[in-house]
Ligand binder design. Structure first.
Ligand code: FAD
Length: 374
């Protein structure tokens, strides 16, 4: 009997498992995830404004299938020579492995910021954030990082503060010279105008220097007292990947070949994998994670059957930057889109990809019934 281990119960890991469950031969499938639940990450920012309830973003991994052996542990190492996965001092042997452990917030080794800041990696984080907001007495929310997540967080914050009748300062601090990294200028302009309309300040060419409790110092000398820091300034792969002696991208993602392999019997998918594409590389996104997880699962089955593997061929449907006042911009099927319609498509896609009927209905009803006070 072959032993297959899937590390990570996120989009890529679950897509792989779904495919593996179609295999009729003998195989023992083990899923190792560091939390009990799958977390639907794209809707985490919407929980801040109350548009979506965090309870609809989780799914208990123990309920996946009786054919899956679920282990709630954090993987600390992989022994590629001995074909073993290591956690809590134990080892599990594998014949085939999928690494689908995604990424987590990168604090770049700054322990002071790690302790003081709020991050947004899972529903526990979002619940802590909601808890901090409910305590009141915050004079400024400082968001480090002007990528998609930082912008979504800022706009959702403004919506909830407006609903509560609180003025509240919201500042996005970005180390680079502009927001949204390599995205086209027209998108940056559109987002900047919308942020201005929502009374969200954007400071570029600056970074968070130090945090002392509720005091935040910026590199330019500006100081915010009684402030809360939300850190969305970068991600990194799990520590066991960082310690793995295989080829990686500068972001620490595992370089995979056209079959999503990084070793004879090991595959990687989703955000943990680095796939070169048209002289560039794929963004971290749900659509790629799901299709890669599925393709890696298929290739594990093909390997067990002694058949030739299939190549992963990415199809990019596009992307949207949804903002909480129902404005958005992006590229869909190669076309520029902006306004309300892409927001509608974003939620439709989220409902479609949510796990379980209860979650789909929960998200649908909460999004449909949310009244934007603007
Ligand atoms: C706030 C936010 C908003 C986003 N919005 C969008 C969006 O609108 N559209 C979009 O396409 N993408 C969005 N993304 C990105 C998208 O969520 C990711 O690309 C996708 O989740 C990656 O899937 P994955 O399977 O690689 O990893 P994940 O879904 O992150 O799953 C990884 C799993 O592995 C587990 N894990 C990690 N390390 C270990 C370990 N050492 N041992 C055991 N388990 C481990 C984690 O707990 C997690 O359950 C967003 C991400 C965030 C954080």
């Amino acid at each position: 009997m072959k032993s297959i281990i899937v590390i990570g119960g996120g989009f890529s890991g679950l897509a792989c498992i779904k495919r593996l469950l179609t295999y009729r031969g003998k195989a023992e499938i083990t899923l190792i995830n560091d939390k009990q639940d799958f977390n639907f990450l794209p809707l985490l920012p919407d929980c801040i404004s109350g548009r979506v309830n965090p309870e609809y973003l989780t799914f208990n991994l123990a309920n996946l299938s009786r054919r899956i052996n679920f282990v709630k542990e954090r993987v600390t190492g992989i022994d590629l020579e001995g074909k073993r996965v290591v956690f809590s001092g134990l080892t599990f042997n594998y014949d085939f492995l999928l690494v689908g452990s995604g990424t987590e917030t990168n604090f770049y080794g700054n322990e002071e910021i790690r302790k003081a800041a709020i991050k947004l990696d899972n529903t526990d984080d979002v619940n802590s954030f909601i808890g901090v907001m409910s305590q009141g007495r915050v004079s400024a929310y400082v968001i480090a990082g002007a990528g998609y997540t930082g912008i979504e967080v800022a706009t959702n914050l403004r919506v909830v503060l407006n609903k509560q009748g609180i003025k509240g300062k919201i500042v996005i601090v970005e180390r680079a010279t502009s927001i949204l990294g390599p995205l086209p200028q027209w998108m940056k302009d559109y987002v900047l105008t919308n942020l201005k309309n929502m009374d969200i300040e954007v400071l570029t060419d600056l970074s968070v220097d130090r945090v002392y409790g509720r005091r935040i110092d910026l590199s330019g000398g500006q100081v915010f007292d009684d402030a809360v820091l939300i850190w969305t300034a970068g991600v990194e792969t799990s520590a066991f990947i960082r310690n793995l002696n295989v080829e990686k991208s500068p972001q620490g993602r595992i370089r995979v070949d056209e079959y999503l392999r990084f070793n004879d019997s090991c595959f990687a998918a989703g955000d943990a994998a680095f796939f070169s594409y048209k002289d560039s590389y794929l963004r971290m996104a749900v659509q790629f994670s799901i299709v890669q997880g599925d393709c890696a699962g298929l290739n594990i089955i093909k390997s067990m059957q002694g058949k030739s593997l299939v190549k992963y061929r990415p199809v990019d449907l596009g992307y949207i930057i949804p903002m909480a006042n129902n404005r958005s911009c992006g590229i869909l099927f190669g076309f520029k889109v902006k306004g309300v319609f892409p927001v509608f498509l974003h939620y439709l896609m989220c409902i479609y990809r949510s796990l379980g009927l209860r979650n789909k209905l929960g998200v649908l009803l909460s999004v449909a019934s949310f009244r934007l006070k603007w």
